[in-house]
Design a protein around this ligand. Structure first.
Ligand SMILES: [Cu+2]
Length: 178
């Protein structure tokens, strides 16, 4: 649409003038908003806005070589509902989202591809529910360490944080169906 295009060009030109006039003091902000209105900004940060991860903790397996598990809560303070689609854990060859279900006193778990969450309903990953299974943990993942964990949302946004690594224990309730 010609009117929008020319408006964008005008804003870009204005931003360039600002950059020249102010030696880049306030210009980057002006330039960023101008290009954001014209097209997706490839330089925009991919951190998910308003989303945070609370108390991420990695529980090591009771038996070395078995999978470990990652627990956390992912929440948001504003905006549209989100969907968690992948988790990457440094030092784990593979990280899978699972859901534990208990029927007639028997627990079983299955992989899940996505877990929705919203401002009203955070997603809790904890014993007996959702959890992230960690396969082939590196020997560097040991108690007391902090490991980088990256969460990917369905819209491509990411959230990175560090998870504490703790001793054994949490897997005990899950071992019966491994
Ligand atoms: Cu599992």
């Amino acid at each position: 649409m010609p009117p929008i295009r020319s408006a964008a060009l005008a804003m870009t030109a204005a931003a360039s003038l600002l950059a020249l006039a102010a030696c880049g003091d306030k210009a980057p902000e002006a330039a960023a908003s101008a290009s954001a209105s014209a097209a997706p900004n490839p330089l925009a940060p991919d951190n998910a806005p308003n989303v945070s991860v609370i108390e991420p903790v990695i529980k090591l397996p009771a038996v070395p070589g078995n999978p470990g598990v990652l627990y956390f809560t992912i929440q948001q303070t504003a905006g549209k509902a989100n969907t968690l689609v992948a988790v990457h854990v440094d030092g784990a060859q593979r990280a899978e989202m699972h859901q534990t279900k208990t029927e007639n006193g028997v627990s079983s778990m299955e992989p899940v591809a996505s877990v929705p969450f919203s401002e009203a309903e955070p997603a809790e990953f904890k014993a007996g529910g959702y959890h992230v299974m960690l396969f082939n943990l590196a020997s560097t993942v040991k108690p007391g360490k902090e490991v980088e964990v990256t969460f990917t949302l369905a819209n491509g946004d990411k959230v990175s944080t560090f998870a504490k690594v703790e001793e054994v224990g949490a897997m005990e309730g899950m071992m019966d169906h491994m």
